[in-house]
Design a protein around this ligand. Structure first.
Ligand code: PRP
Ligand code: URA
Length: 207
């Protein structure tokens, strides 16, 4: 299952982040800003509990978030979305999954993982700007499930039908929130039109 966030504020920022003229400083800022909007949407069903608060006028019945939230960036490009989420959820814990795509086969190679214990029982939010073939996201979900996670959502900036189908087939319980479902993957398994290599554009490197 997936949800494409069509809000004009998101789509406006997406237009700028896609632009090949946008440099790495602005690209990073936009990744943070778009992530905040997507995270806001992704958390709309998070568990809350009732609390009573005294305003200066009277008692108010309110709600507070009532679940441990573990944010899991997929290294490296997912790190570019972390600040945005932590601004919104300052008490979230952070786990890491290190994966890179083999240039020839586009299959994910795992090189690191580290999770807080709250992965088991909390809500886990995987962040990665690009969900292309879905191989990296599926590998991250597999790992999290092996560590006991049962409530997992994915936030990506751009994806495509092929990647969504792969995640849906392997993990139908996982919901993907994105700013755009693009057209297709090209022969190098890059998203078209996409935004290019997200890691390189975020960190000012080049492949
Ligand atoms: C990119 C991206 C995803 C992955 C998406 O990472 O950030 O992790 O590719 O592709 P997939 O859906 O086909 O698996 P990359 O392998 O370029 O590594 P990097 O983040 O270190 O640049
Ligand atoms: N990784 C990227 O950074 N971009 C793509 O389009 C696909 C994978």
């Amino acid at each position: 299952m997936h949800e494409e966030v069509q809000h004009p504020c998101v789509q406006h920022k997406l237009a700028i982040i896609r632009d090949s003229e946008t440099g790495h400083k602005r690209f990073r800022e936009l990744a943070t800003e778009i992530t905040q909007f997507l995270c806001y949407e992704a958390l709309k069903n998070v568990r809350t509990r009732e609390v009573s608060v005294m305003t200066p006028v009277a008692e108010a019945n309110c709600r507070k978030i009532d679940t441990d939230i573990v944010v899991v960036p997929i290294l490296r490009a997912g790190v570019g979305m972390l600040d945005g989420i932590l601004d919104l959820l300052p008490t979230a814990r952070v786990g890491f999954v290190g994966l890179y795509r083999d240039e020839e086969t586009a299959t994910p190679i795992s090189y690191y993982d580290r999770f807080p214990p709250q992965t088991n029982g909390g809500t886990c939010i995987i962040i990665d700007p690009m969900l292309a073939t879905g191989g990296s996201t599926n590998a991250a979900v597999d790992l999290l499930k092996r560590h006991g996670a049962t409530d997992i959502v994915v936030i990506c900036i751009v994806t495509c039908p092929e990647g969504l189908a792969a995640v849906e087939a392997a993990h139908p319980d996982v919901v993907v929130y994105t700013a755009s479902v693009d057209s297709h993957l090209n022969e190098r398994k890059y998203i078209v039109p996409g935004l290019g290599d997200a890691g390189d554009r975020l960190f000012g490197t080049s492949s």
